[in-house]
Design a binder for this molecule. Structure first.
Ligand code: FES
Length: 83
């Protein structure tokens, strides 16, 4: 990971896909754009994190997060970036 950048990885496994990871990708991308954070974040897909029944799963740096609620996801991101 590049220094001083936050890494966000979202699981692209089939269970997380079925549980709505595509929607979360849109929510996160929109949040990063609206808050001009694109340069500070590496956002990419990842293989299964092994919590398939709980997804969609993602990691912000090394913190494992599950959320299918867009508002909760925005709160988590705001919290992470101190906004
Ligand atoms: S498919 Fe996403 S955690 Fe396994």
């Amino acid at each position: 990971m590049e220094e001083n950048k936050t890494e966000i990885r979202i699981c692209l496994g089939s269970s997380c896909f079925a549980r709505g990871n595509k929607k979360m990708v849109q929510v996160i991308q929109q949040f990063l754009t609206q808050n001009h954070l694109e340069e500070k974040v590496i956002f990419h897909g990842a293989h299964c994190f092994g919590h398939c029944g709980d997804g969609p799963m993602l990691k912000i740096d090394d913190n494992l997060i599950l959320s299918n609620d867009p508002d909760e996801m925005k709160r988590l991101l705001k919290n992470h970036f101190g906004l």
